[in-house]
Design a protein around this ligand. Structure first.
Ligand code: ADE
Ligand code: ZN
Length: 334
C-alpha cells in the first residue's frame, strides 16, 4: 500500500526498540553473556511480542532483552549503524531515530555521553554507507524519574548539534508530564524540537500537558485524543502532528483491537496524521506492514494512505529545503 510516488519516512522509530534478534545473539556471544546459550528462535521469543501484552510496561520489558547485550560503546555504534541498514532495506528515504542513552547504558554502566556520541557516529556512518537521510531524537526515559532524566538530558546536550529533538517516553501513567517541565525548557532553549509520547497509556490530559507544559509540536501515539473533541480541533488547527503506530498500540493494549484504532477519526477531522513503526524488531514488523494494516484493518483507501505518507514529510523535523530535496527524487521521475 506504499505509494511509490511519494517519499517514505518513519518519524517514530526507537533505535533501542529495533535491535534485531540475530544482532542480540551476536553481541551476547561477543560479550560472553548468558543469553548466548539460547538459539535464535529462543531469542526471538524472548525479545519479540507474541500477539499482544497486558499493558505498556509489559511491552517495554521486551526491549530490555536487546539493550542487555550493549556492553561497549562500539556495540551501540553497531546497533545504530544496523538501524540505518534496516531503514534502507525497508525502502525509507528518511528516518527519525530516537533513543534513550540512559536506558542503553544501564545494563553495563556505560558512560552516557559516550553512548550518545557512539549512536550519533553509527547513524552518521550508516547514512553515508546506505544513502538514507536520518535525524536523531533524544529520549528522556521518564520511568527512571526526574533526576535521572536531568542527567540523561545533560548527556544529550553534550552532542546538542547532532540531535534534532527531544522526546519523553516510558511509563506515561506513573511519571506525568508536569514533572519534566524544566527539562523541556532547557531542551527548547537549546533549539531542539519537541515530540512527546502522550495519550498512549494515559488520557487526553496527558496530551494537553505535552503540548502546553512541554511545548510538543508532535505527539507520539496520541490515541486518547479521540476522547476529546476540543483537543482534536486544537491539534488540527495548530498542525500538531500525530505519530500513529497501530500495531504497537494493539500490542500494548492501548486499543483492544485494530478496528477500533482512532487513526481514521483523526484523519477525517483533518489532523496531521503520520504512520510509523515504534519498535519494529520488538513488534516484529516493517513499515510496509503498518501500511497494510491501515488499508485492510483501519479502513483507509489508497488515496488516503498516500496523503498520510506525504504527511510524514510535512511533519518531519526538517527544513523546507530538506523536505523539497526529499520530494525532488520523486518529482523528477514523473
Ligand atoms: N519506548 C519504546 N516504545 C515505547 C512506547 N510505545 N511507549 C513509551 N515508551 C516507549
Ligand atoms: Zn514510541
Amino acid at each position: 500500500m506504499i505509494d511509490s510516488n511519494v517519499p517514505l519516512v518513519d518519524l517514530h522509530r526507537h533505535l533501542d526498540g529495533n535491535i534485531l534478534p540475530p544482532t542480540i545473539l551476536k553481541l551476547a556471544h561477543k560479550n560472553n553473556l548468558p543469553l548466548a546459550k539460547h538459539t535464535l528462535h529462543e531469542i526471538e521469543k524472548l525479545s519479540q511480542i507474541q500477539d499482544k501484552t497486558s499493558d505498556l510496561l509489559k511491552f517495554l520489558e521486551k526491549l530490555d532483552v536487546g539493550v542487555s547485550v550493549l556492553a561497549t560503546e562500539q556495540d551501540c555504534f553497531e546497533v545504530a549503524y544496523e538501524n540505518i541498514r534496516d531503514a534502507k532495506e525497508s525502502g525509507l528515504d528518511y528516518v527519525e531515530l530516537r533513543f534513550s542513552p540512559y536506558y542503553m547504558a544501564l545494563a553495563h554502566q556505560l558512560d552516557l555521553g559516550a553512548v550518545v556520541e557512539a549512536i550519533a557516529a553509527g547513524v552518521e556512518s550508516g547514512s553515508q554507507a546506505f544513502g538514507v537521510k536520518a535525524n536523531l531524537i533524544g529520549i528522556l526515559s521518564r520511568t527512571f524519574g526526574q533526576k535521572t532524566c536531568m542527567q540523561e538530558l545533560d548527556a544529550l546536550l553534550l552532542s546538542k548539534d547532532k540531535i534534532q529533538a527531544l522526546d519523553l517516553a516510558g511509563d506515561e501513567l506513573g511519571y506525568p508530564a508536569p514533572q519534566f517541565k524544566e527539562h523541556f525548557i532547557k531542551a527548547r532553549d537549546a533549539g531542539w524540537q519537541i515530540t512527546v509520547h502522550a495519550g498512549e497509556a494515559d488520557g487526553p490530559k496527558s496530551i494537553w500537558n505535552a503540548i502546553e507544559l512541554l511545548g510538543a509540536t508532535r505527539i507520539g501515539h496520541g490515541v486518547a485524543a479521540a476522547q476529546d473533541d476540543k483537543l482534536m480541533d486544537y491539534m488540527a488547527k495548530h498542525a500538531i502532528a500525530i505519530e500513529s503506530c497501530p500495531t504497537s498500540n494493539y500490542q500494548t493494549g492501548t486499543v483492544a483491537d485494530l478496528s477500533s484504532h482512532p487513526m481514521k477519526t483523526f484523519f477525517e477531522r483533518n489532523l496531521l496524521v503520520t504512520l510509523n513503526t515504534d519498535d519494529p524488531a520488538v513488534s516484529n514488523i516493517k513499515l510496509s506492514d503498518e501500511y497494510d494494516v491501515a488499508y485492510h484493518q483501519l479502513g483507509f483507501t489508497r488515496e488516503q494512505l498516500s496523503i498520510i505518507q506525504s504527511n510524514g514529510v510535512l511533519a518531519a523535523f526538517l527544513t523546507k529545503q530538506e523536505k523539497d530535496d526529499l520530494w525532488a527524487k520523486y518529482t523528477q521521475d514523473t
